[in-house]
Design a protein around this ligand. Structure first.
Ligand code: SAM
Length: 279
């Protein structure tokens, strides 16, 4: 049976273009178009939006995004083998799909996109985390995108939405929740993917807030939080030793006990500490 868009089923696309999954590119494909449509709907109302998709592969999520009304999809794919399959989707949706071959970590997509912009992707874990941190830490806010709808390993998704005191709480939670509303939108078992990965996955949806919840310099906040959680079991006066000669005084001024551990300190205190460290 063809998909809702009258393009062939993804299994046929993969067979026709010989797209055997490559581990080195983190290729675990989503072949169920009902599922990719559901993920696309988690990205919000796409009508009138440009969508940046990283790693379209054979195009399951791409088709979901187009079917759900995206004005245009800009897709960046590293694997040139996927381009003919994506070209067929571009023909079915004239003028609405633009594909760039390359590494998303090296490409600045901005010149190809017009606001409002949403981002959606099912990416390999390490590339996904690196891109997420880049998207969350531009010098100015609001960013070029309105929302991020991203597939992660379940543990990474839990780190993004974690609250203080939990094991998963750390740098990702603080950076994400400082400037965004973040929630887990869907859980997916390994069997949803071809081939199935070893771990479960989850889709995280982040909406950019008009301004950060508390003022802070993004670079200083990122550095401080990274350092604080690098040795998360240590007291902060030890973990942040050498960051400033009077670190204990600054911790106290930020409302943090020097004997506290990073995992118990909230966003507001970390932002206050970042402001004190910047001055
Ligand atoms: N979106 C497709 C799906 O859901 O079936 C494919 C998902 S697969 C997990 C990840 C995709 O990202 C693959 O197509 C892979 O080739 C691509 N990819 C991996 N690293 C990339 C990078 N650095 N830049 C762009 N694409 C990348």
């Amino acid at each position: 049976m063809n998909g809702p868009d009258s393009l062939p089923p993804l299994r046929e696309v993969i067979a026709a273009h010989d797209l055997s999954a490559r581990k080195s590119l983190g290729q675990n494909f989503l072949l169920d178009l009902n599922l990719t449509g559901k993920i696309a709907r988690q990205a919000g109302d796409l009508t009138g939006c440009d969508v940046l998709e990283i790693g379209p592969g054979p195009g399951g999520l791409t088709r979901g995004l187009l079917e759900n009304g995206a004005r245009r999809v800009l897709a960046i794919e590293k694997d040139a083998r996927c381009l003919p399959a994506l070209a067929e989707i571009a023909v079915a949706y004239p003028g609405r799909l633009n594909v760039i071959e390359g590494d998303a970590l090296d490409i600045n997509p901005l010149q190809h996109l017009s606001a409002p912009i949403r981002i959606a992707a099912n990416l390999p874990y390490n590339v996904g985390t690196e891109l997420l941190v880049r998207w969350l830490t531009p010098p100015d806010w609001p960013p070029f995108w309105q929302s991020l709808t991203l597939m992660f390993q379940r543990e990474v998704a839990e780190r993004i939405v974690a609250t203080p005191g939990s094991k998963a709480y750390g740098r990702l939670a603080l950076l994400a929740q400082w400037r965004c509303d973040a929630r887990i939108a869907m859980h997916l078992p390994p069997g949803a993917f071809t081939p199935p990965p070893k771990v479960s996955s989850a889709v995280v949806h982040l909406t950019a807030l008009p301004e950060p919840k508390f003022p802070a310099n993004p670079k200083v906040l990122e550095r401080t939080v990274a350092r604080a959680f690098n040795q998360r079991r240590k007291m902060l006066r030890a973990a942040l030793k050498g960051v400033a000669p009077d670190i204990e005084d600054r911790l106290i001024a930020a409302g943090i006990k020097p004997t506290d551990r990073a995992e118990t300190v909230g966003l507001e205190q970390f932002c206050a500490l970042a402001r004190l460290l910047e001055s």
